[in-house]
Design a binder for this molecule. Structure first.
Ligand SMILES: Cc1ncc(COP(=O)(O)O)c(C=O)c1O
Ligand SMILES: Nc1c(O)cccc1C(=O)C[C@H](N)C(=O)O
Length: 424
């Protein structure tokens, strides 16, 4: 179906209905940016909306909360409605707020209710460390020893987590389940529907970390019956470094008291009554805590315009084709160099990036960067390559693999130390 030639890559680009979006982003000449799953690039719209919001501050001062094109008081909810379409939620089930880790703390503080012998949290041994730190500290806040009460489902191969193993671990000692939609290292996409359904049947609340899928993969959080989800917007949503994150709470939980309350979770009509009795919003907005980080939300206004124009399904379709082409080229052109593809092959189990394993991965990443190709490295041996649908073309994918071949052929990667930098 594919061919390992530039002409073929060009043909794929000509057939690509999303190719025009590349112009919407700031991409350096002679650079191919494959690190969208660590930090997505800045779009011109994101910049424009940030300047617009800055201007509202200049123009309106305090009145910016209710004036201007994007009144700040309603921004978190208004953007939540738009993000809801990307994650398959009702408009009032999503709010743009906090960071991934603070949202996780909020949601665990809300949904983890240890009682009797149900005192454990079920996670997995491959999740991103911040999630595990948060879960351990939440257990400690309840006076529970994480060594005993945090169950981490084991990986059979060091790369992926088997859904059967997760379901088997859902015992009557488990009070909460927290799992990633897509594993940050291998890019495995879990079967959310199956796992959520099993948790629902056992009456265990389940929440999903969508950092590596939101903006790359359409979700159906409401329909599958997820209790909650949380994610960042600085990867595939291109909201900028430290950009404000998102959370989903299923409407069946509206009215539950947030574990960590703050005045921006108030019913909006009541918030400025300044009462000491908290009246939470009757939406996911209740899970906000303090004043929104307006300047770190603003770029998302622009990004979301692009998502509306491109359509989440079309983005996923292109991303799947690009990762499939990348894997094909790796197999065709790099078979002599001891690379292993560490991500699952099937579309249904693949996220937005390809996980290329090599024992000299750190050196190879450094050499690639010096050739204008931006990957990222995860210790000890993973090169993550994310051909982001908005701004990576099929010719870029072809060029990336050719460049890897070049630095392997001429062994120039050997001039770099095989160790990670301070930020990898
Ligand atoms: C899967 C996952 N969870 C949590 C985090 C932590 O996010 P944050 O630093 O925005 O809290 C990240 C990324 O840093 C991540 O990839
Ligand atoms: N959040 C990050 C940061 O503040 C600096 C550098 C990288 C990140 C990341 O998001 C890393 C990412 N979560 C990962 O999957 O490795």
């Amino acid at each position: 179906m594919f061919e390992a030639t530039e002409t073929f890559a060009k043909k794929l680009d000509e057939q690509d209905s999303l190719s025009k979006f590349k112009n919407e982003f700031y991409i350096k000449d002679n650079q191919i940016y494959m690190d969208g799953n660590s930090l997505g690039l800045m779009s011109k719209r994101a910049e424009e909306k940030l300047l617009n919001v800055m201007n509202a501050w200049k123009e309106f001062g305090i009145d910016g909360w209710t004036s201007g094109d994007h009144p700040w008081f309603y921004l978190s909810e208004n953007l939540g409605e738009k993000v809801a379409k990307l994650v398959g939620a009702k408009p009032e089930e999503v709010v743009v707020t906090g960071s991934t880790t603070t949202n996780l703390h909020q949601l665990v503080a809300t949904f983890f209710k240890p009682e009797g012998k149900r005192t454990k949290i079920l996670a997995d041994e491959l999740n991103f460390p911040s999630d595990i730190y948060a879960l351990k500290s939440q257990l400690k806040l309840h006076g529970l020893d994480p060594d005993e009460h945090l169950i981490r489902v084991k990986s059979r191969d060091g790369r992926t987590i088997h859904e059967d193993d997760i379901i088997e671990a859902m015992t009557d000692e488990v009070a909460l389940i927290v799992l990633p939609t897509v594993l940050y290292r291998s890019g495995q996409l879990l079967d959310l529907k199956r796992v959520t359904q099993a948790a629902n049947e056992k009456g265990i609340p389940i929440g999903w970390d969508g950092c590596h899928s939101v903006g790359a993969i359409p979700h159906d959080f409401h329909k599958i019956g997820a209790d909650f989800a949380y994610w960042c917007h600085y990867k595939y949503m291109n909201n900028g470094p430290g950009g404000v994150a998102g959370l989903f709470v299923h409407e069946k939980h509206f009215g539950v008291e947030p574990g960590l309350s703050g005045w921006f979770g108030s019913d909006k009509q009541k918030q400025f009554d300044m009462e000491h009795d908290f009246t939470p919003a009757d939406t996911a907005g209740a899970f906000q805590i303090g004043t929104p980080h307006v300047l770190s939300v603003a770029p998302l206004i622009g990004s979301l315009e692009l998502f509306e124009e491109a359509g989440m399904d079309r983005l996923r379709e292109k991303s799947l084709k690009a990762t499939a082409y990348l894997m094909y080229l790796v197999e065709e052109l790099l078979s002599d160099y001891n690379f292993t593809i560490g991500n699952p092959r099937e579309d249904a189990h693949r996220g937005g990036h390809v996980c290329l394993e090599h024992k000299e991965a750190a050196s190879i990443c450094k050499a690639l960067k010096d050739h204008g190709i931006i990957p990222d490295f995860r210790s000890p041996n993973v090169i993550r390559l994310a051909p982001v649908a908005f701004y990576v073309s099929f010719q870029d994918v072809y060029q990336t693999v050719l460049t890897i071949k070049k630095i392997m052929d001429d062994e120039s990667y050997k001039t770099y130390k095989n160790e990670r930098g301070i930020i990898a």
